[in-house]
Ligand binder design. Sequence first.
Ligand SMILES: C[S@@+](CC[C@H](N)C(=O)[O-])C[C@H]1O[C@@H](n2cnc3c(N)ncnc32)[C@H](O)[C@@H]1O
Length: 387
Amino acid sequence: MATQENGSGADAPPSRSSSSSAAAAAAAGVDKGVDFANYFCTYAYLYHQKEMLCDRVRMDAYYNAVFRNKHHFRNKVVLDVGTGSGILAIWSAQAGARKVYAVEATKMAEHARELAKANGVDDVVEVIEGSMEEVTLPEKVDVIISEWMGYFLLRESMFDSVICARDRWLRPDGAMYPSHARMWVAPIRSGLGDQKIDDFEREMNEWHNFVDETEAHYGVNMNALTKAYRAEHEKYYLKTSMWSNVHPNQIVGTAAVIKEIDCLTATVDEIRSVMAQVTMPIIMDRARVSAFAGWFDVHFRGSTQNPAMHEIELTTAPSEDFGTHWGQQVFLLHPPIRANEGDKIIMSFTMSRSKENHRLMNVEFTCELEQSSGKRLSPVTSKVFIE
Ligand SMILES: C[S@@+](CC[C@H](N)C(=O)[O-])C[C@H]1O[C@@H](n2cnc3c(N)ncnc32)[C@H](O)[C@@H]1O
């Protein structure tokens, strides 16, 4: 779970991640001890697991994916990568699986074992405490189920572990749950009373007022600190993305997909960095584009040979009624861009893993406004860290 500001997001934080295979981890310079201390530790707490278990959008999607597609589970062998409390493994057993291997890196495995027993499926669910990359199963599996998604999909890099599990243990005709994933971005305006995406200039104006008032009332001119304040402000407000529950009416342009993943075929190389160039038509007059929101969705479609009877979608898009613990990641734009309906924003986007911590992401984007007349305004560039 993640503990970005506001993000009680279970799947996000310096918390929800996993390790890559031992070899891949070593190659990527990942210190497994540090990874365990920084990433896995939070998952060992029931408090954190409960936050994920309380996310109704998440829970309903997985529940429906399993129980409305029982034919994928009945008499099948299932692998749950990162079982946590064991919920997905227990559902798989209740849906008729013959055997479920439930792998969990942390001591949460003990609780999962207890829960499987208390729910009468311990004869089917075998909880294995260990890192997915290092565990050996006695047989290949028909289905891999996992809830691996972090903030903006890829934060935490847990999908690496799912890929590793798939390549080692999934039968050639097996199915991935979920089977597909997408990353989205959209230009947004500030929400009413939404301090988080209030723009940079407004904050700096407040500082200037503060300098004037301090001098007037207390006789000390604080202006010598203006540069430092600006730098600090830039660091915290512009260089780091923010967790937010964006209201749909904040979206001022058509959302665009920047990455599509087929979970059956994706490779770690394919997700190590994300690069895209997208065009987003503005859908509102006098829009002040102050930020971009990023989110993801996943789909449960089964496999080509054995499609789902009922395709289920789990979306973390801005919603008036159904927020998720993932929320959206908001990347501020400085200066904001003024745009009108008919204009387009052309965005070049890259996201790559932080060298210091492969589970955190560096995002870099450039936005150019193309007005309906064809005139292009100067591009605005930003480098943002998803921590
Ligand atoms: C987001 S939680 C999901 C928990 C549970 N499946 C659920 O849906 O509520 C991910 C879990 O995967 C575990 N995990 C992550 N990477 C793993 C790995 N490489 N091997 C084993 N467990 C891992 C974490 O410790 C965490 O408990």
